[in-house]
Design a binder for this molecule. Structure first.
Ligand code: HEC
Ligand code: HEC
Length: 332
């Protein structure tokens, strides 16, 4: 795994120098297509991502809350978990999440692999245990054969499960947006309004936080720098991880890639529209009140960040066997 990851990094760095000469020098860089080094593992991870049998109810999969037909999110204010429980926080997109410094709004998981174990055992999400999820998978002959071919052993464990899911998630990048084409030198890729929006985004200081290839995900920042943010959410942000008071209300800066698809916005899902989110960001983070025209320009730019969505054949999940523990959809 580690060796392969390094392999990807090296490949990207080499590709980086190859196109560096033609790419515009901007605080945002074009997204590169995913390089798949182990297609069997990615395919297995895709099945697991779509498999509701990793949940206690047998009904909730990763895709329930990170719907790949809807920008990798659920488009709900906060997510719905086991037993229709109201979740505490907005579901961030899984698209391009491999590019982030850490996972979750407060960064409590360092890697995608570490993250992937969380929701299965979270009582408010999939409400299972790792042991029970492994029992289910181990009882399904189709999975046993596939784990054997990918990992060389038919003994399934949570480490292999999360490693396969992470390999699939690493392929969920969205290159070729209009903005990427402009970054790569195509002057016609943006219209006048979108370009004006980008200039305003850059010159007013949004790029201080929303930068890099994912237009975010590079740091933790305070929500409400100039003016405090009012919310009923109890999420305290980065301080939940570091224990430091100065990290209170610091959140991972979300990626703005595909932001047109990932409404509603902010960790509490309180902003319904992009216009609202941009207005709040300008005022709270930069002390700037934008005109309606300016907000429209920035929104037009943000919509150029929608790239090619992952497209693949729907995975067919191997059927349960007579030994598979039955799902418990209404278990408390
Ligand atoms: C019930 C809804 C739900 C399910 C099911 C679910 N997630 Fe999530 N996911 C969320 C929410 C909500 C968050 C944000 C939690 C937080 O930051 O505290 C999140 C965060 C994430 C993140 C971090 C993204 C980022 O930008 O920080 C990744 C990656 C992710 N989930 C992948 C998965 C995978 C893989 C599965 C299946 C094993 C899964 N999720 C199942 C709701 C869900
Ligand atoms: C000081 C750092 C900082 C600056 C400057 C900043 N942002 Fe943000 N932005 C954040 C953080 C942190 C969040 C997440 C806040 C939360 O969820 O509570 C965020 C969230 C967003 C979101 C919602 C994304 C989502 O998926 O929920 C949008 C849209 C956005 N910012 C746009 C902008 C625009 C446009 C500007 C310039 C007017 C800007 N930001 C300036 C740090 C910043």
């Amino acid at each position: 795994m580690r060796v392969k990851l390094i392999g990807i990094t090296v490949a990207l760095a080499v590709a980086g120098t190859a196109w560096a000469a033609t790419v515009r020098d901007e605080p945002i860089q074009p997204l590169q297509p995913a390089k798949v080094t182990n297609p069997g593992k990615v395919e297995l991870g895709k099945k697991l991502f779509f498999d509701p049998r990793l949940s206690r109810s047998g009904f909730i999969s990763c895709n329930s809350c990170h719907n790949l037909s809807m920008g990798g999110s659920d488009n709900l204010k906060t997510s719905i978990g086991h037993n229709w429980q109201e979740g505490p926080i907005n579901s961030p997109t899984v698209l391009n999440s491999s590019l982030a410094v850490a996972q979750f709004w407060d960064g409590r998981a360092a890697t995608l692999k570490e993250q992937a174990g969380g929701p299965i055992a979270n009582p408010g999400e999939m409400a299972f245990t790792h042991d029970l999820a492994i029992d289910v998978l181990q009882s399904i002959p189709g999975y046993v054969a596939e784990f054997k071919s990918v990992f060389g052993s038919s003994r399934i464990d949570i480490d292999k499960v999360t490693s396969a899911i992470a390999a699939f998630e690493e392929t969920l990048v969205t290159p070729n947006s209009a903005f990427d084409k402009w970054l790569q030198g195509d002057d016609k890729a943006l219209n006048a309004r979108e370009l004006a929006g980008y200039k305003l985004f850059k010159e007013s200081g949004c790029v201080a936080c929303h930068n890099g290839p994912a237009v975010g995900g590079t740091s933790f920042q305070k929500m409400g720098v100039v003016e405090p943010y009012k919310t009923t959410s109890t999420a305290e942000g980065r301080s939940a991880v570091t224990g430091k008071d100065e990290d209170r209300f610091n959140f991972k800066v979300p990626t703005l890639r595909n932001v047109e698809l990932t409404y509603p916005y902010f960790h509490d899902g309180a902003a319904q529209t992009l216009e609202e989110a941009v207005e709040i960001m300008g005022r709270l983070q930069l002390g700037r009140t934008y005109s309606k025209q300016e907000i429209g320009d920035i929104v037009a730019f943000l919509k150029t960040l929608t790239g090619d969505q992952p497209s693949f054949i729907m995975p067919l999940l191997p059927p349960s066997s007579n030994d598979t523990p039955p799902p418990q959809p209404f278990a408390k």
